[in-house]
Design a protein around this ligand. Structure first.
Ligand code: DP6
Length: 361
């Protein structure tokens, strides 16, 4: 029996309320603006990764979703995450040896086998790269017993996929853009833990589980290269919004939280439209959801915002609301979209399955 060392962990999905869109450094994955997200509970959406290290492995290998072996030699982002964590492990091994520890296992020299799976459609605009890379880096850190903080790890996960840095924390998380060219201060920090606002819920409307047309990575760089509106967003809009939404979260002010969330989703999609040629992520069903939520918010006596929609790089909607409104919103959506939300898989065309109710994780 050969020797091996193994760790398994799971990571959640996060959905941004202030969107990350644009890189100032595409290799280190440094963003053009700060962003802020809510981490969802892992009940419905999670990545699970098992990593095994052994002196007998001839090669480092990766399998995705149980079947497909992925070519990792040309996957620079994955190689960056492996290299950075190995480097920290090597430093740790040297420190232990210096301290006179006799039984230091040279894990940094072993190849690893990685098995990673998502319990939801990969690359359908449901932030699978965020939970996937967060899980990869977290599991490596566990395997290597790295004595580093979660914020330190976020700088490595960021190099896998920008939004992944935010999935290392639960609750409400900011990714600070940082000012250093080496990325040493472009990191995730927790604004508030999940139990800070237990009434907040996220409803996920799966409009389509098809793989998205233009990837985030490609789309955002076209935006950086061609959109004048993005410059305005970076300089004039996001810094103020980051402050206001942080305050709204700390005060559990749903009105303010909802308004900023919807405005930021709208501006992100406006910036996509301002890209040349334009990028369309929303479809007719997405736009109908926006109308239904807008109508719902203006239909009560005091015009109180009771729900906030947000859309990432795909047509699926995430609706943030307070727990007391969840049944009302589910009824509303079921009324307006009975069998209207068509998908390749029957499983998603059942209106009851349209939603995955999610607590903040
Ligand atoms: C629209 O993190 O997937 O979801 O860094 O190129 O891997 P890469 O991009 P990615 O982009 C996410 C974009 C977004 C907004 C967000 O999550 O903040």
């Amino acid at each position: 029996m050969s020797r091996f060392y193994e760790k398994t962990s799971t990571s959640p999905v996060n959905i941004a309320v202030i969107k990350y869109w644009g890189k100032r450094d595409t290799t280190l994955i440094l963003p053009t603006n700060s962003s802020l997200s809510v981490t969802l509970s892992q009940e419905n959406l999670q990545s699970k990764t098992t990593i095994r290290a052994s002196p007998d492995f001839k090669k480092t290998r990766l399998w995705l979703n149980g079947i497909e072996e992925i070519d990792i030699d040309n996957n620079k982002r994955l190689q960056n995450c492996l290299r950075e964590t190995r480097y920290l492990r090597k430093e740790y091994e040297n420190k232990l040896i210096k301290e006179g520890v006799k039984t230091v296992i040279p894990l940094s020299e072993y190849n690893v086998h990685i098995c990673s799976e998502n319990n939801f459609p990969t690359a359908a605009g449901l932030a699978s790269s965020a939970s996937g890379f967060a899980c990869l880096v977290y599991t490596l850190a566990q395997l290597y017993e790295l004595p580093v903080s979660t914020t330190e790890l976020s700088k490595i996960a960021r190099q896998g996929s920008g939004s992944a840095c935010r999935s290392l924390f639960g609750g409400f998380v900011a990714w600070e853009l940082g000012s250093q060219n080496d990325g040493s201060d472009s990191q995730a920090i927790q604004i508030a833990p999940k139990n800070h606002w237990p009434e907040l819920e996220a409803l996920i409307c799966i409009v389509s589980d098809a793989k998205k047309g233009v990837s985030s990575t490609e789309g955002m760089q076209n935006t950086v290269a061609t959109s004048p509106l993005l410059q305005h967003r970076i300089e004039q809009v996001v810094p103020e919004r980051m402050k206001s939404i942080t305050e709204a979260i700390l005060n559990r002010d749903f009105q303010k939280f909802a308004e900023i969330t919807m405005r930021d989703s709208n501006q992100f999609h406006a910036v996509c439209l301002d890209t040349y040629p334009p990028i369309f992520y929303l479809n007719d069903v997405s736009r109908a959801i926006i109308r239904v939520i807008t109508e719902y918010n203006s239909s009560n006596e005091f015009k109180k915002l009771k729900a906030a929609y947000t859309f990432d790089a795909g047509p699926n909607a995430v609706i943030y609301t307070l727990r007391e409104n969840v049944p009302e919103i589910i009824n509303l959506i079921a009324k307006y979209f009975p069998g209207n939300v068509k998908n390749d898989k029957d499983y998603f065309s059942d209106p009851d399955q349209l939603f995955a109710g999610n607590k903040v994780g």
